[in-house]
Design a protein around this ligand. Structure first.
Ligand code: HEM
Length: 436
């Protein structure tokens, strides 16, 4: 069968799909530029945006409170307050009482802040330049469409979620006895509760191996749900060793034997067109990805975190809130999985651990590894569908080490095949006996 011509292939995809891809690309550019530009001045994007908002409103003769700044940025008041506190510490912003309303506290730029705001206002010039390549008619149509989309997203209450506490090096879960405020943020050096867990924190810094030297002191004894505490101790005592990832049991004899044979695995590999060349490019991808694991995980966790229907599977049954410890524990094994996927030997141990991962997604073993009291089962329909975002978002990382486009493409194809192969193996517990 001949593959369709490229033009036809494009027609086969609905335009909404192309638009979504385009928006995604733009959002990546905005994000990286925002961090890059603000970072050059020692600010987070939220802090830089607050300076810009204050500058714009001052020019309009408008007063600004913290909650007005939060509204202008579409962030929570708590997020804006934190950013303002940092800006005050940097002597860029000051607070003063409103002469007309003694209860209101207004924000104003200091002269140093005004200079910083002028520079910060330029960060989005690259976007303006791109927008100006559109004709006036195109701009009008684009604007209408944007307004419509933004309104819809506002109505749905959808906000970008990526820089979450649970992926941050300042976050120490369950270190305080107070059930209302069991967690600690080392950035602001204060205890806080689950309802204050950030999904988008301006001061987020990814927890990464390279940040290990900045890691907070060892946690005090953890206070968990009595049941999870008990189960966790059992599991961790089996697996925790220096440098070891809790719950990661690859190659050990606690892993169940895969119900399918190595011969059947071979047929699956043939079916997905997986060859020795793919093995070679997966190995190369391991070299490329090994120091980018945390950044890849930030993107993947950002994706899951920004979709409540996916985040749901990491929530506690008791209160429906995301279980930060669970997310953090799985993240470590997820990072190892990236390296394992690149280095896979496709032997019995590998095959058995595939079965194990499937069981851990399914009600057969979900939650048991980390001793958590979370949702019992991940619905099967999300396993194959997650393959696309996982593999699509990996590609830019494969291209980051200067390999030629065709090598990047071969690494990417190898990853797509490998993830399809693995998720197929993970599906086994979901399939009726004899039907797999
Ligand atoms: C392409 C699809 C997917 C990939 C590549 C993937 C990858 C992984 C990996 C590597 C682990 C850790 C395995 C270990 O314990 O060593 C894991 C666990 C987990 N994944 Fe997935 N996953 C996928 C789909 C999903 C979906 C759709 C959800 C739903 C949000 C999900 C939620 C979870 C949860 C909750 C765990 C922890 C399970 C437990 O042990 O309790 N995963 N996943």
């Amino acid at each position: 069968m001949r593959s369709p011509a490229p033009a036809l292939e494009l027609e086969l995809l609905p335009p909404a799909q192309h638009i979504t891809t385009g928006l995604h690309k733009i959002s990546l550019a905005i994000r990286s530029q925002a961090w890059q530009r603000a970072g050059q001045r020692g600010l987070t994007p939220t802090q830089a945006q607050i300076l810009v908002v204050l500058r714009t409103r001052e020019a309009q003769g408008a007063k600004t409170t913290v909650s007005e700044a939060a509204e202008a940025l579409a962030v929570t008041t708590a997020t804006a307050s934190d950013a303002v506190a940092t800006l005050m510490a940097k002597h860029l912003v000051a607070k003063q009482r409103d002469a007309e309303d003694a209860r209101a506290v207004l924000l104003r730029l200091t002269s140093k802040g005004r200079r910083a705001a002028r520079r910060a206002a330029l960060w989005s010039d690259f976007l303006l330049a791109a927008t100006q390549t559109l004709s006036p008619e195109e701009q009008a149509v684009f604007l209408r469409a944007l307004v419509k989309m933004i309104r819809h997203m506002q109505e749905q209450g959808q906000i970008p979620v990526s820089r979450m506490c649970v992926t941050c090096r300042f976050f120490r879960p369950h270190v305080h006895a107070d059930p209302e405020r069991p967690h600690h943020c080392d950035f602001v050096d204060a205890p806080f509760g689950d309802r204050h867990l950030r999904l988008e924190c301006p001061d987020h810094q990814a927890a990464s191996p390279s940040a290990a030297s900045h890691k907070p002191p060892a946690a005090k004894p953890r206070l968990l749900h009595p049941l999870s505490s008990l189960r966790r101790r059992t599991i961790m005592s089996q697996t925790a060793a220096p440098g070891h990832i809790p719950g990661y049991t690859y190659g050990t004899d606690v892993v169940h034997k895969s119900p399918i044979t190595l011969q059947e695995l071979e047929l699956l590999k043939q079916t997905v067109l997986f060859t020795d060349e793919d093995v070679k490019y997966l190995r190369l991808s391991g070299e490329v990805l090994k120091d980018q694991v945390e950044q890849v995980l930030d993107v993947w966790y950002g994706f899951v975190g920004s979709h409540p229907h996916l985040l749901h599977y990491f929530t506690r049954k008791t209160d429906g809130q995301p279980d930060a410890e669970y997310l953090a524990a799985v993240r470590k094994r997820f990072g190892q999985w990236i390296l394992d996927t690149a280095a896979a030997q496709y032997d019995q141990k590998w095959l058995d651990y595939q079965y194990e991962i499937g069981l851990r997604h399914h009600r057969s073993a979900k939650n048991q590894t980390d001793g958590v009291d979370s949702v019992e089962n991940i619905h099967y329909r999300y396993l194959p569908t997650l393959i696309y975002p996982i593999t699509y978002t990996l590609k830019p990382f494969l291209g980051k080490k200067g390999h030629a486009a065709d090598e990047v493409e071969k690494m990417h194809q190898a990853w797509i095949k490998s993830v399809i192969l693995q998720v197929t193996l993970w599906s086994q517990p979901y399939v009726k006996d004899g039907d797999f």
